[in-house]
Ligand binder design. Structure first.
Ligand code: ADP
Ligand code: MG
Length: 483
């Protein structure tokens, strides 16, 4: 009997997303990644006496954007609190956060669950807070190095209810969050650079019971893969403990990516008393309905709504629709092309097939793709009209079309001599050659093995280097073989 039959896994995730503002949450220091250590550190970031923080409006707007995208209730009366603790990378001795008064309450995120259907994961809240600096333990043999550039960078923390029930579901959830923050343009979502970090809270309970088990929390997971691996490891570990009749200790743990295991870093008894109190240097702020409505009006159509539109209105498969809506830039390119053609399925195929491959080969992102949408629509039309075949269009004309700013797809096809041959006289020569070359097969065909027609057509295509119009070739071949 595996743990599957005995226990239910319950997971709550806390995702920290670094907001893509150019300055910090409470001062003008730059937030750019990769600068010389300790160069973006003003007296405000250091909390020197006499300095005064000032709230970054854009960060507030970004948090609201995420809240609206997740159907949260937006809190109109807000303030920041000080969370006091001592740590070398926390120069002020406290972190400014929204402890009990998150700017966004409740909400939900739609994710794929294990049976392939979709369900809503309930959010508890999304709140604003500042990041701490970075302690670097592996740079020097004897010392820990501190880089305070990150101290004060705006974060939102997106906290779920204990409403995720497997490692795979957690994987889908974080994937969805990353997609959303990128879609909204509020965070670059680069987990390798630490722009998105996740703490996973995990507990087991006997199947069929409601009461939550004691949780462990794995801190600072910096990739979606690690979120999944950490949960998988913890589930096995907790199940083994319970099987042995042991009691699970509430614990904070860390993930070791070198062997996909976790280890304890502190027990519950060592938990800090943070002595929260409202930051006396920051005035509470009130949001008006009009302000929130304005932000709502600026939101792009959200990926779920767009996916639904693509499958319902344009008849695309669920898979294609999801692929197109994986990134805002891809969806935008799709939209720009369908302004010139209504062959929706063909446009989707081109973007998800040859264009994606082209971009991959050229190490480009779709935002950098130079091909004008009307020119792509022109190329599609050539294929649709049978003037060039798909494989030539994608392998030969597409790259040339990207390179050329003036020529149309048709002009390129002409200049490269790639137009499909539909001239019966020219086709007849190739057909004759094929028929003469394969007397045995021709005899078989004449005896009734009609399926061989495909072989003959293929041979003609080869001879013509892909330019023979396959429909016409088929008709002409059938005639020739009746003789
Ligand atoms: P803290 O801020 O101390 O980490 P919270 O109560 O705010 O604690 O919860 C943090 C996260 O842990 C939330 O996502 C919540 O859903 C999740 N969580 C709380 N209890 C459990 C539990 N027993 N099992 C799994 N997840 C839990
Ligand atoms: Mg926590």
């Amino acid at each position: 009997m595996s743990w599957n039959d005995k226990y239910e896994v319950v997971i709550g995730l806390e995702v920290h997303a670094q907001l893509a503002t150019s300055s910090k949450l409470f001062c003008g220091d730059s937030t750019s990644f990769g600068a010389e250590p300790n160069t973006h550190v003003s007296p405000v970031t250091l909390g020197h006496p006499g300095t005064l923080p000032k709230t970054n409006k854009k960060a507030v707007a970004y948090a609201i954007k995420m809240g609206l995208a997740c159907s949260c209730e937006i809190e109109k009366d807000n303030y920041f609190a000080r969370k006091n603790y001592f740590y070398p990378d926390l120069p002020k001795g406290y972190q400014i956060s929204q402890h009990t008064t998150p700017i966004c309450k409740g909400g939900l995120v739609r994710v794929k669950s294990d049976d392939g259907s979709y369900r809503n994961v309930q959010l508890n809240r999304i709140h604003l807070e500042e990041d701490a600096g970075k302690s670097i333990h592996d740079l020097d043999e004897d010392f820990t190095c501190i880089d305070l550039n990150r101290a004060g960078t705006p974060l939102i923390e997106i906290v779920t209810e204990p409403d995720i029930f497997s490692a795979d579901e957690a994987w889908h959830y974080v994937t969805e969050i990353r997609k959303l923050v990128r879609w909204l343009g509020i965070c670059d979502g680069n987990m390798e650079e630490g722009s998105l970090r996740c703490d996973a809270n995990i507990s087991l309970r006997p199947k069929g019971t409601k009461k939550l088990g004691t949780r462990v929390e794995v801190k600072n997971l910096n990739s979606i893969r690690n979120v999944k691996k950490a949960i998988e490891f913890e589930v096995e570990r907790l199940a083994a403990l319970l099987d042995e009749g042991k009691v699970v200790q509430q614990q904070t743990r860390s993930f070791d990516a070198s062997n996909d295991t976790t280890f304890a870093i502190r027990d519950k008894e060592e938990a800090n008393d943070y002595r929260y109190f409202p930051d006396p240097d920051l005035a509470p702020f009130h949001l008006t309905d009009a302000y929130i409505k304005n932000i709502e009006a600026e939101l792009p159509t959200l990926p779920n709504a767009l996916t639904a539109k693509y499958s319902e209105l344009y008849g695309l498969s669920d898979y294609d629709a999801h692929q197109l809506c994986d990134e805002l830039a891809t969806a935008q390119y799709f939209e720009s092309v369908i302004a010139f053609t209504s062959h929706y399925k063909a446009v989707a195929n081109w973007i998800l097939g040859p264009i994606r491959q082209f971009l991959h080969e050229h190490h480009q992102h779709i935002e950098e793709f130079k091909l004008l949408p009307e020119k792509l629509a022109g190329l599609l039309k050539l294929v649709e009209e049978g003037k060039v075949n798909f494989s030539i269009a994608s392998s030969k004309i597409l790259p040339a079309l990207v390179e050329s700013s003036e020529l149309s797809a048709l002009q390129i096809a002409e200049s490269m001599n790639l137009l499909q041959v539909s001239d019966s006289n020219e086709l007849a020569k190739w057909i004759e050659e094929v028929v003469a070359k394969m007397p045995d097969k021709v005899a078989e065909y004449k005896k009734g093995k009609k399926g061989l027609i495909g072989l003959f057509v293929g041979e003609v295509k080869k001879l013509s280097k892909g330019k023979a119009d396959p429909k016409l070739v088929t008709t002409l071949l059938e005639e020739a073989l009746q003789k």
